[in-house]
Design a protein around this ligand. Structure first.
Ligand code: NIG
Ligand code: FE
Length: 426
């Protein structure tokens, strides 16, 4: 196979590099430190062999080293940003759920819609009836779209299959995305997403899900396990069993918890060493204390609160408690049909009351840790892979979340591992 040589790229005249690290990059930014976002203004940025080779101030002169065979790109008026890391999505799904959207506007709740056969079971029925190729095509179009909005690493869950064959089908689609797209993709097995109607009870389905974990692990189809730990779905005992079974087979856990009620989901995730616990719209002091005692990362999903009209997670309380906060999209057809990270940045600022820097760190540097990608994603750092994007000319980096709704259009070009992104390979 002919080896592909990446061109060296020198980007000049940038208004600034956001999340710029010349030396050591922190693994996580917690509490007050989450407001620290290093910016190098009036800068050049050099990319070599897929990685960040150097950065500096224009006034100090351009680098003379490695200047042969170099593409020079004039970044006048633009900012370089680290690529977003979206650590929680359900991007593989069949069809859409506009009817439920309208039902909710007319007054039904997410839970009432689910009880009527809508919700996750609705998406599962459609997914089961969709071929692997068609699922791939739809997911591929969505993934291409989110990359063009600045996402350079993403987690994608199964969980609309709800049979072994269909869960494996979803996971194979995720693997095919990973094979054909240059960005990093982590796969999560979420067999315990809802109890299918064909089962007599929850416990019987859970037993099956637990028996599927070794199969999924043996096929190398997942990095993580997950469970929807929530009233009418799965219990904290079920969550403990999923986390422990996953661990036995080398899969760490990322748990859905405390979205609809104070459920013990946070405590079970922390006590069993989950990598993250996601949602947290319903938490109090006990949950915050638990998070402080453990290493499990709190992941907030404000797009879901925005879309289905549930409370927002108390981001400020988590930050005031000295915790590292992560923000992700939850891109899925039911509770958040959007993977638009620039818009989410605005929501994190206006609704979670996070500063632009806190929110951006939550979607980049801290989010990378929530996917164990902290060495390659979430910052623009010398010696690290170049996963970043350039904005259109804008007056300040904060202009992007401020001028809400148009942020995605301000993502001008995206670089993945040192090469400009121009679509999937297949
Ligand atoms: O994170 N609650 C579980 N999963 C999604 C919703 C899935 C759906 O409604 O299809 C969530 O909100
Ligand atoms: Fe989710």
């Amino acid at each position: 196979m002919a080896s592909v040589t990446l061109p060296n790229i020198l980007i000049t005249n940038l208004k600034g590099i956001v999340g710029a690290y010349g030396g050591l990059v922190p693994r996580l930014l917690k509490g007050a430190k989450q407001d620290q976002l290093p910016i190098l203004t009036d800068a050049w940025l050099q990319i070599k062999d897929g990685g960040v080779a150097g950065m500096g101030k224009m006034q100090d002169g351009l680098p003379t080293e490695n200047s042969l065979n170099q593409d020079v790109y004039d970044g006048a008026g633009r900012w370089a940003f680290p690529g977003f890391v979206d650590s929680h999505t359900h991007l593989v799904f069949a069809g859409s759920r506009e009817a439920e959207f309208e039902d909710r506007i007319r007054g039904l709740t997410y839970q009432e819609i689910a009880a009527r056969g809508g919700g996750i079971l609705n998406s599962a029925a459609r997914l089961q009836a969709t071929t692997e190729d068609d699922l791939y095509l739809a997911a591929s179009a969505r993934l291409d779209q989110v990359i063009r909005m600045g996402t350079t690493a993403i987690e994608i869950k199964s969980g609309y299959g709800l049979t072994l064959a269909d869960e494996l089908k979803m996971l194979r689609v995720i693997r095919r995305l990973a094979d054909n797209f240059p960005i990093r993709i982590k796969a999560t097995f979420l067999g315990a997403h809802a109890v299918p109607r064909s089962y007599p009870d929850r416990a019987t389905y859970l037993k099956d899900v637990l028996s599927w974990i070794p199969i999924v692990a043996a096929e190398g189809l997942a990095d993580y396990v997950d469970i929807f730990c929530e009233a009418n779905y799965f219990t904290i005992q079920d969550a403990a069993a999923v986390i422990e079974t996953g661990a036995k087979h080398g899969l760490r856990a990322k748990i859905h918890g405390n979205q609809l009620a104070i459920s013990g989901g946070v405590q079970v995730a922390v006590n069993h060493g989950a990598l993250s616990v996601d949602h947290l719209e319903q938490i109090g002091e006990d949950e915050i204390e638990s998070l402080k005692l453990g290493k499990t990362l709190p992941v907030l999903l404000p797009g879901c609160s925005f879309f289905i009209g549930i409370p927002y997670a108390p981001a400020r309380k988590l930050l005031n408690a000295g915790l590292p906060v992560v923000v992700a999209s939850d891109y899925n057809p039911g509770s958040c049909p959007s993977g638009n990270m620039p818009l989410l940045w605005s929501l994190a600022c206006t609704q979670l009351r996070m500063t632009p820097a806190e929110a951006f760190n939550a979607m980049t540097l801290n989010a990378a840790a929530a996917l164990e990608l902290e060495d390659s994603h979430g910052s623009i750092a010398v010696g690290r892979p170049a996963n970043l994007w350039l904005s259109a000319p804008i007056p300040s980096w904060q202009f992007l979340p401020y001028h809400y709704g148009t942020g995605a259009q301000m993502v001008d070009r995206v670089m993945v591992d040192g090469a400009w992104y121009n679509g999937p390979r297949g």
